[in-house]
Design a protein around this ligand. Structure first.
Ligand code: PRP
Ligand code: URA
Length: 209
């Protein structure tokens, strides 16, 4: 069963509270998402393996720990997942980036795929799938399904806000994928929006409504 990690760090909670407010404009929304993604990746990457490496400081030789294991790939789900990329690449600059284009049909709430371009060696990487909103879980489940169909095996899901319905969907469809969220909200409304949520993440990020 997937584990769910909820980040209750005061800085993350404060920044997310500003993002939720309807008065918060596109510029500030974008900056805050970037900052929260950067803070979250610190915890998302906590269990990455390290290995001892011999180095020489200006004083003497010594053994230090450096990252080992699989290199990282980050996979934003278009559009809103793009808003989390810079924050993460600030801390993991060597990460390669793949894109999965999906939108949720407003009538059926089913995900529709329109783009997929992954790093050539995606199957060799530890993949962080990014999307601020986990609502019904249909989009994230489909994106993870695409990655698995292309042979990827090490996948983590990183969301800003999740609804219990979305978490249940991922746990059912992809029990091997752990979920990292800044907040667990109450539930979905009749239109599939997260309550209390923050509205439409893509529109708020890109100023399209
Ligand atoms: C939003 C969001 C997720 C999806 C979540 O994207 O960014 O991808 O909805 O909903 P779900 O869990 O019920 O699938 P949207 O479809 O609005 O596309 P956009 O990012 O292009 O605006
Ligand atoms: N997509 C969003 O952007 N917001 C929601 O609340 C649900 C899906």
């Amino acid at each position: 069963m997937s584990k769910v990690y909820v980040f209750d760090h005061p800085l993350i909670q404060h920044k997310l509270s500003i993002m939720r407010q309807k008065e918060t404009g596109t510029k500030q929304f974008r900056e805050l998402l970037d900052e929260i993604a950067m803070l979250m990746v610190y915890e998302v990457s906590r269990d990455l393996p390290v290995e001892p490496v011999e180095i020489e400081t200006p004083i003497q030789k010594t053994t230090v720990n450096m990252l080992a294991g699989k290199p990282i790939g980050i996979i934003p789900i278009l559009r809103a997942g793009l808003g989390m990329v810079d924050g993460i690449t600030n801390l993991i600059p060597n990460a390669k980036i793949g894109h999965i284009g999906l939108y949720r049909d407003p009538e059926t709430l089913q995900p529709v795929e329109y783009y997929c371009k992954l790093p050539e060696d995606a199957t060799e990487r530890e993949l962080f799938v990014l999307d601020p909103m986990l609502a019904t879980g249909g989009s994230a489940s489909a994106a993870i399904g695409f990655l698995k169909a292309r042979g990827c095996t090490h996948i983590r899901l990183v969301n800003l806000i999740a609804a219990p319905e979305g978490v249940e969907r991922i746990q059912k469809d992809h029990p091997d994928v752990n979920i990292y969220v800044a907040a667990m909200d109450e539930r979905l409304n009749d239109h599939g929006y997260i309550i209390p949520g923050l509205g439409d993440a893509g529109d708020r990020l890109f100023g399209t409504k």
